[in-house]
Design a protein around this ligand. Structure first.
Ligand SMILES: *Cc1c(COP(=O)(O)O)cnc(C)c1O
Length: 397
């Protein structure tokens, strides 16, 4: 059986047309975009400018507001640390969610050690934050609110426009981790009142190792204290030689999505519905994690009661999916996101995250339904057999 990739929330395959655009920038056009004395430099700079424009256009912002980074993790660090370290308040306060990506949570935890106060807010059982929670958490010293646009585990989309309005009214800087949302839902950073927006190329069929950060330049102008020092590139916020091939690929990946995301979403949603209906027909007691309406169309996260999660995952073979556990420093722990929406450890372990993407087919989905359903059926039978044995044992005693 051929391998089937259903883990597109982790990373995506580089689109062949993205790769094709990148290739000349590794070979004959290898210049440093900062070389201002010859054509190799000029053409590299121009290529980066075009990519910057493709990204800025997709978000309805100015090209001068986009800086390139190595990915969303770095953008998030530059944004959150940059705001915190630039603050003149004695003990600044940051608000975020319990269900954020580790890049945000671990950065906030590191800042707590430096005397910065952080509130990690609860979400509702559907994974979405209650606006009242945010309003109640705001204090005199709140300098930053950081919210994940679309969750990487359960796909839910937060009410970013409403939170942006609150931030604007209270004059609090608003950072959004947009790694999952970029290119998949309409995003107008001005309309949403977002001040800082973190992005990654490898979640949108672009290459790994390139991302970007939007930094608002007016109303209000956001000033960050940089983490790195160096040669002055990217407005000195992220100095270092630009990886031109990766930047070209990122721009192309965004261009494709800007043009195609509506039809692509329709195709992916059809596959998601096929998957959900197929699984429900065979596993009627499955639990869907996260709001089913306000969510990325390609994400389906389910838990299966009374199943040994580890045994389930071990038997999925060629179906590549994610589980409800995360391996942090070699200890396996249930996902903090699933815990935050109220799942027991047992259910969190018996969880599968499907991430459907551009290159999946109906046949992939049909195969996944068969494999998962058969495995669950077998494990349920084994379970019943064990229970029966235990009962008999009780009777005998
Ligand atoms: C993937 C991801 C990140 C990290 O992005 P990298 O580019 O891999 O550093 C951060 N936040 C979310 C929501 C993600 O999905």
């Amino acid at each position: 059986m051929k391998r089937i990739y259903l883990d597109n929330n982790s990373t995506t395959q580089v689109d062949p047309s993205v790769l094709e655009k990148m290739l000349p920038w590794f070979t004959e056009k290898f210049g440093n975009s900062a070389s201002s004395t010859h054509a190799f430099g000029w053409e590299a700079e121009e290529a980066c400018d075009i990519a910057r424009e493709q990204i800025a256009n997709a978000l309805n912002v100015n090209t001068s507001e986009i800086i390139f980074t190595s990915g969303a993790t770095e953008s998030i660090n530059i944004a959150i640390r940059g705001v915190a370290n630039n603050s003149e308040i004695e003990s600044p306060h940051i608000i975020t969610l319990k269900t954020e990506h580790k890049a945000v949570i671990d950065t906030c935890e590191a800042l707590e050690k430096n005397g910065i106060e952080v509130s990690y807010l609860n979400v509702k059982s559907n994974g979405i934050v209650d606006l009242k929670e945010i309003k109640n958490a705001i204090k005199e010293n709140t300098i930053l609110i950081s919210i994940l646009h679309a969750n990487n585990e359960i796909g839910v989309i937060q009410p970013i426009e409403e939170i942006g309005r609150i931030c604007k009214e209270k004059k609090i800087i608003f950072h959004v981790d947009g790694a999952q949302a970029l290119g998949k839902i309409p995003i107008d950073l001005n309309k949403l009142n977002i001040d800082l927006f973190s992005m990654s190329a490898h979640k949108v069929y672009g290459p790994k190792g390139i991302g970007a950060l939007f930094i608002r330049r007016k109303n209000p102008k956001i000033i960050l204290k940089p983490i790195f020092t160096g040669g002055g590139q990217e407005k000195n916020i992220r100095p270092g030689t630009l990886p031109v091939p990766l930047i070209v690929g990122f721009g192309k990946a965004i261009k494709i999505l800007t043009q195609n995301y509506i039809s692509e979403n329709a195709k992916i949603k059809k596959l998601r519905d096929q998957l959900l209906n197929g699984l429900l027909a065979n596993i009627p007691n499955l639990i869907i994690n996260g709001d089913i309406k306000n969510r990325l169309v390609g994400n389906l996260n389910i838990s299966i009661p009374n199943i040994n999660g580890e045994a389930l995952i071990m038997r999925l073979g060629k179906i590549s999916v994610s589980t409800g556990s995360a391996c942090t420093s070699s200890i396996i722990a249930p996902s903090h996101v699933l815990k935050a929406i109220g799942l027991s450890d047992e259910l969190a372990y018996a969880t599968i995250r499907f991430g459907i993407g551009r290159f999946n087919t109906e046949l992939d989905i049909e195969t996944a339904i068969q494999v998962v359903s058969k495995t669950v059926d077998r494990l349920t039978k084994i379970n019943k057999h064990i229970h029966k044995k235990e009962k008999n044992h009780e009777l005998i005693n």
